[in-house]
Design a protein around this ligand. Structure first.
Ligand SMILES: Cc1cc2nc3c(=O)[nH]c(=O)nc-3n(C[C@H](O)[C@H](O)[C@H](O)COP(=O)(O)OP(=O)(O)OC[C@H]3O[C@@H](n4cnc5c(N)ncnc54)[C@H](O)[C@@H]3O)c2cc1C
Length: 476
């Protein structure tokens, strides 16, 4: 019978930084990471060659494999401002371990990224006066502007960096099991004992059991669905969360020139009327490319990234609205999934793209109109159509009002030829209850990273892994 000290489900940044840290603090621990996707060097997305999403089987290469969603991400590592007494980006790790410790772990994780080849340059630290001027203008429009230093890996460099980490972990006796699905957890007397696995490539549903003293789930947004099923099956305590629904917005670099130069990424947050929902910009990619990624049940969602060397002339960013539900309906994941499903159907399985001006005019966008549009879509597989058929009135109104607000700070932000791609949805709404040691309501079962709702980004997911290793080292 195989037995490990620690089994980690998933191999995203949360998981691999946990394993990295364990090699530094306790080499005696026997650690196994299990991933349904491929090794990082075997991951590639055929969308550029084919011009459309190939719906890779058994799993989307953008979201699955070594380094999880990090491999094809833009690789923006969000740091923090020394003077801030809170952490504004990347989720809620600081709510469990405090702001000061979170800052220290961010410093440490940043050094680890640098040691594996991250760019030395930090974006957003040079133009303090210019940033202040934009911040003041934003404030007048009732928008907050969060600026924090960012280290930009770039999609292709992120790939290389994660390959070095993959090599390092194997050289340091961490067991990596690829193309293996964790089908089920083994839980007896409310205590985790291990996992049940099966091959990702076989039609056989038969599983094999692997036992471990501690089981850490680090399944990312890709695994949110599976995790939600596990919570129901084993009565793992969850907390109600939000779902973030919106669009990927694409506009010319020249409109975003100042923001891109001074900050690389601006995080605007507003609460436009009449609903006063929280609306924010997220994941900004200067000279970037809009991308499509496939989730469970073949849901296609839009995202964006940018390369270090290859450039477009457009900037893309997410415009996201946070929705909370309480009573009688409290299924934010289902709500988001239904919206995504409707949009996918409208796009015949593809992302739908529409010009802002067409939404104002109350009409769909046609392919031929995109051919002469000032903003040329960088996601070639996107289908021109009408996103207002599927995005709810409330979400749509929030987004349109927010665009108008930002336009007063960044001239041209509401240009009618700017593009909205949908659906962009963040499924981190299945928030798992964890204590300060990241232990769930099931003994010896832990949750880190985006999947359980603790984090929302590369840096914080990595930090949650580092802290997890430090916690587990001391727990008998
Ligand atoms: C296109 C794109 C661009 C992004 N850009 C940025 C950015 O610039 N900056 C930033 O901070 N964040 C970015 N993100 C988000 C970032 O990638 C995530 O926040 C981060 O990867 C979360 O790490 P994680 O370890 O929690 O999970 P993930 O990276 O999602 O990894 C989870 C892994 O678990 C595996 N898994 C799930 N269920 C199972 C199962 N049952 N059995 C086996 N394996 C399983 C999945 O296949 C996956 O590989 C981007 C994401 C995408 C998709």
């Amino acid at each position: 019978m195989q037995k490990y000290d620690i089994i980690v489900v998933g191999m995203g940044p949360g998981s691999i930084f946990m394993a990295y840290e364990m090699t530094k603090i306790d080499k005696t621990k026997k650690v196994l990471l299990i991933e349904q996707g491929k090794r990082v060097e075997d991951r590639n997305c055929p969308i550029e060659k084919l011009g459309k999403c190939a719906k890779c089987k058994p799993f989307c290469n953008i979201t699955s494999g070594f380094s999880g969603a990090g491999a094809f991400s833009d690789g923006k590592l969000s740091l923090y401002n020394e003077e801030d007494d809170d952490i504004y980006v990347g989720g809620n790790l600081h709510k469990y371990i405090g702001v000061e410790e979170t800052k220290k772990i961010i410093d440490y994780a940043d050094k680890v990224y640098l040691s594996f080849g991250a760019d030395n340059k930090l974006e957003g630290t040079e133009f303090k006066n210019e940033i202040k001027e934009i911040k003041d203008r934003a404030k007048k429009e009732e928008l907050s502007l969060i600026d924090i230093p960012i280290r930009h890996l770039g999609t292709e460099k992120a790939h290389e960096l994660y390959k070095r980490i993959e090599n390092y972990l194997e050289e340091n006796n961490i067991d990596l099991m690829f193309e293996t699905v964790v089908d089920d957890l083994i839980i007896e007397d409310n205590t985790a004992k291990g996992v049940k696995i099966r091959s990702a490539n076989s039609k056989e549903k038969e599983t094999t059991s692997i036992y471990g003293d501690k089981v850490v789930v680090a399944v990312g947004r890709k695994g949110a669905n599976w995790l939600s099923d596990m919570c129901k099956k084993y009565s793992i305590k969850t907390e109600s969360g939000a779902v973030d629904i919106g669009v990927r917005y694409e506009l010319p670099d020249k409109v975003m020139k100042n923001i891109n130069t001074y900050m690389y990424e601006a995080k605007f947050i507003g609460r436009p009327g009449p609903f006063k929902d929280k609306v924010r910009t997220f994941c900004q990619n200067p000279s970037g490319f809009v991308s499509a990624e496939v989730y469970d049940n073949n849901l296609t969602l839009v995202n964006g990234h940018s390369y270090k060397d290859r450039k477009s002339t457009n900037t893309n960013l997410a415009l996201l609205v946070s929705h909370n539900f309480k009573y009688p309906f409290n299924k934010p994941i289902d709500y988001g999934r239904n919206i995504a499903k409707n949009l996918n159907e409208l796009g015949n399985g593809n992302i739908v793209v529409q010009r802002l001006g067409d939404i104002y005019r109350g009409k769909r966008t046609w392919e031929k109109e995109l051919e002469t549009n000032q903003v040329v879509p960088t996601l070639k597989s996107a289908v021109a159509g009408d996103i207002t058929f599927a995005l709810g009135y409330r979400t749509m109104t929030d987004i349109l009002q927010f665009i108008r607000q930002v336009d007063k700070v960044v001239e041209g932000f509401a240009n009618p030829e700017n593009l909205l791609y949908a659906p962009e949805i963040k499924f981190y709404s299945n928030k798992i209850y964890i204590d300060n040691n990241f232990e769930t309501s099931v003994k010896n079962l832990y949750s880190i990273g985006d999947g359980g709702g603790m984090t929302r980004g590369l840096m914080m997911a990595s930090c949650s892994g580092i802290k997890m290793a430090r916690i587990l080292k001391d727990i008998k």
